[in-house]
Write a protein that binds this ligand. Structure first.
Ligand SMILES: *Cc1c(COP(=O)(O)O)cnc(C)c1O
Length: 380
């Protein structure tokens, strides 16, 4: 049983486990007019821009709220009211982007592949060649509902060759998987504080091509989510347009410092890859298989097939693992019974090994015999 005084480790795709330094950064109150706070905002914007090498071409506009608020702000501001967005879907976040685009009153088309099939550049080539009315393409970089990686650089090249604009939901990949604005053409990359930068949840941000954003006055049908107005106000005053999530911004700044100290996105990616490998190998020892093939699995979150044993029940499984100190995530697939384990957050391979032990002991409690062990014993 975990101690009630100790937080469980969150193996979820956000909120996730943050470091002590990030938590401690939240123990101060800041005034939103204060120059010291606005200097923090400026540093955060600059550092985010440097992470994608967007200096001189792009700008960073932070936005209050969870990640979805920033996706909605980006679509509603960057797509003209008579624009037409092609959303590439292979999971729940693609479905969400298509839904909010339609709700913002924009024309939307969708292209959907199975949850274990990435969109290919050839798909996008065919779709854009076949419909000149498409102005924007919406892509989910890592589709967190399974952990599948879509080929961003290759798709971005096709979109640019056709003279269309690309809007990327990079929520669960930003700061861990490479995104380089010098070589990957995009109008917007969207992410949030509480994912791979390992800050607390509460703000998102859009890295947007400045020349594109400059022409977007009056596009937004929303007052609070108008990315253009947020940008203009911040440029003029250095302040957020409405009340900023001050504690989150300051903790996010601390998390960005720790990202740099760790060695930036390449080092973070290496740690997450080690987490993912340790997890998948450990779970294989229990007979639990990932849903995705390794070639298309991003080292962000792993979807596992649930044990086929009739004694399996997600709620009891979840509670057993949580009582041992680890929070897992339900599956998001409709056709197969799965659960998910995140590889991101202020955790390393040791925590992943301990999580596997927690899963092993919980399965034993539920009377579920590890399939692999059962199989290896069978011949004897
Ligand atoms: C987390 C996430 C979001 C945003 O979800 P919120 O619950 O609004 O924070 C959007 N897209 C992807 C791919 C995500 O992983």
């Amino acid at each position: 049983m975990s101690l009630p005084s100790r937080d469980p480790i969150l193996l979820t795709p956000g909120p996730l486990t943050t470091s002590l330094a990030t938590k401690v950064a939240m123990l101060r109150d800041w005034g939103s007019w204060d120059a010291a706070f606005n200097a923090v905002t400026a540093v955060v914007r600059r550092q985010l821009l440097q992470l994608v090498h967007g200096e001189g071409t792009h700008t960073v506009v932070p936005m209050q709220g969870s990640g979805t608020f920033s996706v909605e702000a980006a679509i509603n501001t960057l797509v003209p009211r008579d624009g037409h967005v092609l959303v590439l879907i292979n999971g729940a976040y693609g479905v969400r982007m298509a839904k909010l685009t339609a709700m913002m009153g924009r024309r939307v088309s969708t292209f959907e592949t199975a949850e274990d099939v990435p969109t290919t550049p050839a798909d996008v080539e065919r779709l854009l060649a076949g419909d000149a009315s498409i102005t924007h393409v919406g892509l989910i970089h890592c589709e967190t509902s399974t952990g599948i990686l879509n080929p961003l650089p290759e798709i971005a090249a096709v979109v640019a060759r056709h003279g269309r604009r690309l809007i990327v939901d990079a929520m669960s990949s930003f700061a861990a998987l490479p995104i380089d604005a010098r070589t990957v053409p995009f109008d917007a990359v969207i992410a949030a504080s509480g994912k791979c930068v390992e800050g607390p949840p509460g703000m998102g941000f859009v890295i947007v091509r400045e020349a594109a954003l400059a022409g977007c006055a009056g596009n937004s049908t929303s007052l609070a989510l108008d990315l253009f107005d947020q940008w203009q106000y911040m440029e003029k005053t250095t302040q957020w347009r409405y009340t900023p999530p001050t504690h989150v911004v300051v903790a996010f700044a601390a998390a960005l410092e720790q990202l740099a100290a760790e060695g930036g996105p390449p080092a973070r990616r290496a740690r997450y890859a080690a987490n993912c490998r340790t997890l998948v190998e450990g779970m294989a020892g229990l007979g639990l298989r990932p849903f995705l093939r390794p070639e298309i699995q991003a080292p962000i979150i792993v979807t596992f097939h649930a044990p086929s044993d009739p004694a399996y029940n997600f709620k009891r499984f979840y509670e057993g693992v949580r009582d041992r100190g680890f929070v897992l995530y339900p599956g998001k697939l409709t056709r197969v019974e799965t659960f998910r384990v995140g590889c991101i957050g202020a955790v390393g391979p040791d925590e992943m090994r301990q999580a596997v032990y927690a899963v092993r002991d919980t399965l034993a409690d539920l009377g579920i015999r590890p399939a692999a062990l059962a199989a290896s014993r069978a011949p004897g």
